[in-house]
Design a protein around this ligand. Structure first.
Ligand SMILES: Cc1ncc(COP(=O)(O)O)c(C=O)c1O
Length: 374
């Protein structure tokens, strides 16, 4: 299943080897990668700005759209300022370069996205891991290393297992001068009012928090961002070579991300639909005795044992016209595991078809090959 060559996508289907399958993979949580307003904005920008700026933002590669998206994203997420980077990964690299002059130690959740530890090491911080989601351990380590300047680094929603970080506890135990880094790649568009993200979900506002995110998952476009106080963002721009020396997100994708934010700011309909679909899938999994992540999380991973049973189940799902990725990716509930991702655009019929296909796959009952339920 890794590197599966997909010929085309809609928000809920994938064309593979000429077959249209109901698609429960990826991270297109609200279907915004296919939203008409987003696609129209991308097409309109392409016609006026061309494909790329061909230069760093610090030379001639800045546009009105980049400046506007920074203001709009920061306002949407409730943070003071924002700087865009090429991707979510480079946003973490840039942020840690900005923190390095004042922080010596990074405490990283053991299942955090690998870019966080990579970024901290690249910036010269000492990296120590704490047990997954264990705020007590993180705080104990933070107190031990307080004099060196501590940053706690965590995903908000963990993409591989659906866990949600204990952000209020981590913040409450942060020593003076410390920083809480929240990678909200999977919280934006999922948690909080209209998908405003993890800080909104927990009601957190604190100048010691810095948020990084991607434009390539919930917002359906491409790019990354660091958000925090204006002083923190100025530090990132001053110290991060990766900000200075890269061509930014192409203007059409910036226009797409702005349109996606407009859709969310105008109505919470997509987020409401996402949550209804999450509840529907949870009902399916409970009925099959499969594990559940915290409520409100659209990522539902599970493992079957032994591994050969997973291979058979994967084939059975495929035969039933349902694509639930069977993946080897760090941070999941096993070395190999199924990762169901439900989004706002799935129909009740598709979710019911997923349930029926999962039931057959788990029972080992042979399935007839049939087209996906549209
Ligand atoms: C938690 C997390 N952080 C960072 C990234 C990197 O984001 P991007 O794909 O925009 O580089 C990802 C995406 O894979 C992610 O899941």
């Amino acid at each position: 299943m890794p590197h599966l060559p997909i010929e085309s996508f809609t928000a809920t289907t994938a064309l593979v080897e000429g077959r249209e399958l109901a698609f429960f993979g990826g991270c297109n949580y609200l279907g915004l990668a296919h939203h008409p307003a987003v696609r129209a904005a991308v097409a309109a920008s392409l016609a006026t700005t061309g494909l790329t700026t061909t230069a760093s933002r610090e030379t001639t590669g800045n546009t009105v759209g980049h400046d506007a998206l920074e203001r709009e994203l920061a306002a949407f997420c409730g943070l003071g300022a924002c700087t865009l980077l090429c991707e979510g990964y480079t946003a973490n690299i840039a942020l840690m370069a900005g923190l390095a002059p004042t922080h010596g130690v990074a405490l990283v959740d053991a299942k955090a996205h690998r870019s966080l530890a990579h970024a901290a090491k690249a910036a010269g911080l000492l990296v120590l891991y704490y047990d997954h989601l264990d705020a007590r351990q993180a705080i104990g380590l933070a107190r031990e290393h307080a004099a060196e300047g501590v940053a706690i680094l965590t995903d908000s929603v963990f993409a591989a297992n659906g866990g949600v970080a204990p952000l209020p506890e981590l913040l409450a135990g942060l020593p003076g001068g410390g920083t809480l880094v929240v990678d909200d790649c999977h919280g934006l568009c999922v948690l909080g009012r209209s998908g405003r993200g993890a800080l909104d979900h927990f009601g957190l506002r604190d100048e010691r928090i810095v948020v990084t995110t991607t434009l390539a998952k919930g917002l359906g476009c491409y790019g990354g961002a660091v958000m925090g106080t204006p002083e923190r963002i100025a530090d990132v721009r001053r110290h991060a070579n990766i900000y200075l020396g890269t061509t930014p997100t192409p203007p059409p994708l910036v226009a797409g991300a702005r349109a996606a934010l407009c859709v969310l700011a105008e109505s919470d309909a997509l987020v409401v639909r996402l949550r209804a679909n999450i509840d529907r899938v949870r009902g399916v999994l409970v009925g099959l005795s499969l594990p559940l992540p915290p409520p409100g999380v659209p990522i539902l991973p599970f493992v079957l044992s032994p591994v050969e049973r997973m291979e058979r189940a994967s084939q059975s799902l495929w035969n039933d016209g349902v694509l639930v990725p069977l993946i080897d990716y760090p941070g999941g509930p096993g070395l190999r595991y199924f990762r169901i991702c439900v989004n706002a655009e799935h129909t009740p019929g598709q979710i019911d078809a997923l349930g029926a296909a999962l039931r057959r796959a788990l029972s080992g009952e042979p399935a007839e090959a049939r087209a996906a339920t549209a």
